[in-house]
Design a protein around this ligand. Structure first.
Ligand SMILES: Nc1ncnc2c1ncn2[C@@H]1O[C@H](COP(=O)(O)OP(=O)(O)O)[C@@H](O)[C@H]1O
Ligand SMILES: [Mg+2]
Length: 199
């Protein structure tokens, strides 16, 4: 760990930046089982917000593992580090006044709590969205054939099968994707953002 370092503050405060850009930084953190609908909802939400002329950007677990986190696997320690880095990166995006949408399984409660803490310490809003569908439903969807592989023992430490998923106890938004469609999910999130004064 580096020790001889000093934080260099900018000359524009977060509030000034938000005033200038007429937009508030916030992170919308989607968590849920594989195939619960995180990526699908994140894409639709990003598109919707951009059409509202809001600076919005999506960080998707599947994509981040090709770049920033390509050195990480799926054991518990790697998953912790995966989420720690995304917590930090999304905080930077939110600090840049971006509406940041993250789509990661993020199975551990403690890791999501760290991501929230990183934001709150920086005075940034963090919205936890539980993208929820029962295991039998996501297993039936299986868009990438991963559950099939996990059941056959071809993928170890697969969330919901051989690795844990700790659902949020009190999510800010709870979306049951087996009971609503993608458009309804986007409306739920946008309405929440409006209510909270984030848009
Ligand atoms: N209400 C819904 N919201 C999101 N996805 C849904 C919904 N209903 C069905 N689906 C389907 O479920 C699958 C979810 O896949 P994906 O978004 O890649 O999940 P994740 O990113 O959580 O692994 C897609 O095939 C999508 O079309
Ligand atoms: Mg995904």
């Amino acid at each position: 760990m580096a020790t001889d370092i000093t934080f260099h503050s900018g000359s524009v405060s977060l509030t000034e930046r938000e005033d200038i850009l007429k937009q508030k930084g916030v992170t919308i953190w989607l968590t849920g089982l594989s195939a619960s609908g995180k990526s699908t909802i994140a894409c639709a939400l990003e598109q919707h917000l951009l059409h509202m002329r809001k600076f919005s950007y999506r960080l998707d677990g599947d994509n981040i593992r090709f770049g920033l986190n390509r050195d990480l696997g799926f054991d518990e320690k790697s998953r912790n580090e995966n989420i720690r880095r995304i917590g930090e990166v999304s905080r930077l995006f939110a600090d840049a006044a971006c509406i940041t949408i993250t789509a990661f399984i993020s199975p551990y409660r403690a890791d999501r709590a760290i991501a929230r803490e990183i934001h709150e310490k920086a005075g940034l809003a963090f919205v936890e969205v539980f993208v929820d569908a029962p295991l039998n439903v996501v297993e039936r969807r299986d868009p990438k054939g991963l559950y099939k592989k996990a059941r056959a023992g071809e993928i170890k430490e697969f969330t919901g099968i051989t690795a844990p998923y700790e659902p949020p106890e009190i999510p800010d938004i709870h979306i049951k994707t087996d009971e609503c469609n993608v458009e309804e999910a986007v409306v739920m999130i946008v309405e929440y953002l409006n209510q909270q004064g984030y848009l």
